[in-house]
Design a protein around this ligand. Structure first.
Ligand code: MN
Ligand code: MN
Length: 343
């Protein structure tokens, strides 16, 4: 049977449990009910995306607890369905997805944990698998960025970075430590993993410790789109940034605290006056057409959550990131980008 454009994808698929046999509330919990990595059938290898947990939160400057984030996000992801109306794509028909378990954590050491995560992520799945990490605090972004960059052969120019956050996360050192959650993008830029001129930080808001916090981003050519910029001007600026990237490999990092705590209370450094849940999904959808090669969704703190709404939103944000790649692989993303007229 000939495949339609919307079914083409990578040629591999994600086999989900039959919900008539094992309902969504039953069975062992994996992200999105995707198969465990070791259970993926040979015909669905190489796996296109491995989703894994990074249960580490010793890099926080304020309230801890995000180490329980991966488990909470997996639980809330049981009700993720496979077909996206917004993108017109069946993610599980377009790509082979799997849950790779959790990276090892070294709770007494930010640097030690980062190294253990990198080692784990390096060997995860197949050589061409893309990696989506569920945090954990934002320090875990560095390890996943490094592993993603290495898998692509360590491109000299570095990766483009689409960063959604209330905070800049480019502080040099906090309490003598270079590897905490305020510093991952400073380190990634220093190490040539991220190209700051192709990095955008979206949703920045709230009072800063000092105005000099903005200097690193500005001195290195990072594009800043504050919450107010988006509120006033819409997501067009994100779309233009993404269009300018062309086919450049890009990494998406989504700190759930970019969302207003009224919608995402379960986080450790909440910042009031932010996006709604619906707007959060729109932020990711504005990246349609981007060549997404890796991602993370971080800073979910279940003990401060209410009815699991933050973890549920994080699961859906992760799904939206997978949709970006599924849409691109099936050609849906390109059609949308070029405007109407191509069916
Ligand atoms: Mn952050
Ligand atoms: Mn943040």
């Amino acid at each position: 049977m000939a495949k339609t454009a919307a079914q083409a994808g990578s040629g591999r698929v994600t086999v989900l449990p039959d919900a008539r046999v094992s309902p969504r509330y039953a069975g062992l919990v994996t992200f999105g009910r995707y198969p465990r990595l070791e259970d993926v059938a040979p015909e669905n290898r190489p796996v296109d995306w491995v989703i894994y947990g990074a249960p580490f939160d010793c890099g926080v400057t304020y309230r801890p607890g995000a180490r329980f984030g991966p488990r909470a996000v997996r639980v809330e992801s049981q009700y993720l369905k496979r077909y996206s109306i917004a993108h017109g794509v069946d993610v599980c028909a377009a790509m082979s997805l799997a849950d790779g378990g959790d990276a090892p954590a070294r709770p007494y050491s930010c640097e030690g944990s980062m190294k253990a995560q990198v080692e784990f992520a390096r060997g995860l799945g197949d050589k061409t698998s893309r990696l989506l990490a569920i945090g954990g605090d934002h320090s875990i972004a560095y390890g996943n960025l490094r592993a993603t960059w290495e898998r692509l052969g360590g491109p000299a120019r570095g990766l483009a970075l689409l960063h959604f956050d209330s905070h800049l996360d480019t502080v040099d050192v906090v309490w003598g430590d270079k590897w905490g959650h305020a510093s991952p993008f400073r380190r990634a830029i220093e190490d040539g993993i991220v190209d700051p001129r192709r990095m955008v930080s979206v949703g920045i808001k709230g009072p800063l410790n000092t105005p000099t916090d903005l200097e690193f981003a500005r001195d290195h050519g990072v594009t800043l789109l504050t919450y107010d910029d988006i509120r006033r001007g819409g997501t067009g600026a994100i779309e233009r940034f993404v269009r300018a990237l062309g086919d450049a490999p890009a990494y998406v990092t989504f700190d759930i605290d970019v969302v207003d705590p009224a919608f995402a209370p379960g986080t450790g450094t909440p910042s009031v006056g932010g996006f709604t849940s619906a707007e959060a999904l729109d932020l990711v959808r504005a990246c349609r057409g981007v060549e997404v090669v890796g991602a993370d969704v971080v800073e979910v703190l279940p003990d401060r959550d209410v009815s699991g709404i933050t973890a549920l939103l994080a699961a859906h944000v992760a799904f939206e990131v997978l949709c970006l790649d599924a849409a691109r692989r099936t050609g849906v993303g390109r059609r949308v980008r070029r405007g109407a007229g191509r069916g």
